[in-house]
Design a binder for this molecule. Structure first.
Ligand SMILES: [Zn+2]
Length: 442
C-alpha cells in the first residue's frame, strides 16, 4: 500500500507544482493578512489574534488545532499572553510526522519606511511589510504547501503539522522552547522539522553559530560628582574593560575562522557585540528650552557606583562554551589585578552551543531534491550567524532532523522596507510540498 504512493510520479509531481502555481494569489493574500496583524515583539502584541487567525483557517482545512499558552514562561502575562498554535492533520496511512514551524512575532517597525509597514503593500512582484520576509511569507508558503497536498486528492501517509509560535525574536522560550519541553517536536508525532526562516529559496540552512549572552557589572563607590577623587567610578571601570575587549579580544576573535558555511561570509569568525550599557543614574533625557532653562528633571552630581553591559558573544563550532566564557573572565580578572579599585560581577543570561544538521539527514536530502526539481539548480548549504528556534528543537527536544528553509533575503530581515518576492513565495511553497511528500513517506 505504502509503496504505491510513496513517491510521486512525474505527472503527479507536475500536478502538485501546478496546483501551487495556481494558488499564487492565495499565498499573496495570506501573507498580506498575516502582515496586517501587527505581532510586534516586544511587547508581544496581537499574538492571540494571529494564533486564532491561523487556527481558524487550518481548522477549516481539516486540521486539529490546539492553542497552547506558555503559562509562566518569560513574557507571558494577561496583558500579553504568549499563545502558540499547533495544527495537525493525519494522512490516509502510517508514515512520518512532518512539522513546519514559523514564528509569528516580528520586531518593531522602526523608522525609515516608505510604505505602511503593516499594510501588506504589493508592488513590482514584492510584498512589503514588517515580517513579510521574517517570516510571515515563509509561514504562508508552508500553509499553502500543506493545503496543496491535502487538496491534491492523492492518498498521502503520515501527518502534517503547522505551528505558529511566539517570541522567536526574543529567544523563543515561550514559543518553541516551551513546546519543545512538552514533547511537541518528538517522535512518534514529529520526525522532521522545517523552519521557513528567510534564508533564500535555493539555500538550506543546516544550523547556526553558538551564542552566549552575559551581563557584566562593574562596581564603584558613590561620592559627590564635584569630588570624584573621593569615590570610584564604575563607568570608568567599564570603559577600561571595553577598551580591553576592543584592543585585545575582538582582534583575536576576528582571526578565529570556522569551516562551517556561515552566511554572510563575514560571520565565519567569532564575534562580540556589546548589546547595551547602563551606568550611573537611571536613564533620562535632559534638555533646555529656548531661554536656556531646564525643561524637566536634572541629574544629581554623583560618581557612578555601578555600570552594567550586556555582551553578545557568538562563537563558532570550533570553540567550546566554557573557554568562550573563560577568556572574558580572564580579562576581568586581569583588570582586577592591574587596575586600582576594580571590582566586577558577571551573570549568564543565555547560551546555546552551535548546531549543524548533517547534509545526509533526511530533511536535508528531501529539500535538496525538491530545490533541484523546482528551480533546476543545486541547493547551497549554509549556516546562520545567529540562532533561531532550531536550537530548541535540536537541543531541548533532541530532534536532529531539522533545517531552516524558506523564501526571502535574510539581509532584509528587521530592516525598513522589508519585502518578500512573490515568485520566491510560490517556488518555496512548491519545494516545501515536494520535500514534505518525500518525508511523509520516508
Ligand atoms: Zn525569523
Amino acid at each position: 500500500m505504502t509503496a504505491l504512493h510513496s513517491t510521486l510520479t512525474p505527472a503527479q509531481t507536475d500536478g502538485l507544482i501546478a496546483r501551487i502555481e495556481s494558488k499564487r494569489d492565495e499565498v499573496v493574500a495570506l501573507t498580506q493578512d498575516l502582515i496586517r496583524i501587527p505581532t510586534t515583539n516586544p511587547p508581544g502584541d496581537a499574538y492571540e489574534a494571529c494564533a486564532h487567525f491561523l487556527g481558524e483557517r487550518l481548522a477549516r482545512k481539516g486540521f486539529d488545532v490546539a492553542y497552547i499558552r506558555a503559562q509562566g514562561a518569560p513574557g507571558d502575562s494577561d496583558a500579553y499572553p504568549r499563545i502558540n498554535v499547533v495544527a495537525r492533520i493525519e494522512g490516509a496511512s502510517k508514515g512520518s510526522g512532518v512539522h513546519f514551524n514559523s514564528h509569528i512575532d516580528v520586531v518593531e517597525a522602526g523608522r525609515g519606511w516608505s510604505v505602511d509597514p503593516f499594510s501588506g503593500y504589493v508592488s513590482d512582484n514584492k510584498i512589503y511589510g514588517r515580517g513579510s520576509c521574517d517570516m510571515k511569507g515563509g509561514l504562508a508558503a508552508s500553509i499553502i504547501a500543506c493545503e496543496a497536498i491535502i487538496e491534491s486528492g492523492l492518498p498521502w501517509a503520515g501527518a502534517l503539522e503547522i505551528s505558529g509560535t511566539v517570541d522567536e525574536e526574543s529567544g523563543g522560550f515561550a514559543g518553541v522552547g516551551y513546546l519543545a519541553h512538552r514533547g511537541f517536536f518528538t517522535p512518534p508525532k514529529v520526525h522532521h522539522v522545517i523552519i521557513p526562516e528567510p534564508l533564500g529559496v535555493d539555500r538550506i540552512c543546516l544550523g547556526h553559530r553558538g551564542v552566549w549572552w552575559a551581563e557584566v557589572e562593574t562596581h564603584g563607590r558613590i561620592a559627590h560628582g564635584s569630588m570624584p577623587f573621593l569615590g570610584v567610578s564604575a563607568i570608568n571601570h567599564m570603559g577600561a574593560f571595553i577598551h580591553l575587549l576592543e584592543t585585545k579580544l575582538m582582534p583575536t576573535l576576528a582571526q578565529r575562522r570556522t569551516s562551517e558555511p556561515v552566511e554572510p561570509p563575514g560571520a565565519r569568525v567569532s564575534t562580540l557585540n556589546i548589546n547595551s550599557i547602563h551606568g550611573g543614574q537611571v536613564q533620562q533625557r535632559y534638555s533646555l528650552d529656548a531661554l536656556g532653562q531646564p525643561t524637566g528633571d536634572l541629574p544629581a552630581p554623583v560618581v557612578a557606583h555601578n555600570c552594567r553591559a550586556v555582551l553578545d558573544r557568538r562563537f563558532i563550532a570550533e570553540e567550546d562554551l566554557q573557554s568562550v566564557k573563560q577568556e572574558i573572565i580572564d580579562m576581568l580578572d586581569e583588570l582586577k589585578r592591574t587596575r586600582a579599585g576594580f571590582d566586577y560581577g558577571i551573570r549568564d543570561i543565555m547560551s546555546f552551543i552551535p548546531s549543524a544538521t548533517p547534509q545526509d539527514a533526511p530533511v536535508v536530502q528531501a529539500t535538496a531534491i525538491a530545490i533541484a526539481r523546482v528551480l533546476g539548480r543545486e541547493p547551497r548549504f549554509i549556516s546562520s550567524p545567529g540562532t533561531y528556534d532550531q536550537k530548541h528543537i535540536v537541543r531541548t527536544a533532541g530532534l536532529k532532523d531539522c533545517i531552516a528553509y524558506g523564501p526571502g533575503i535574510l539581509d532584509l530581515a528587521h530592516q525598513p522596507d522589508e519585502y518578500v518576492e512573490i515568485d520566491e513565495l510560490v517556488h518555496s511553497a512548491q519545494i516545501m510540498a515536494l520535500a514534505a511528500w518525500r518525508l511523509l513517506h520516508s
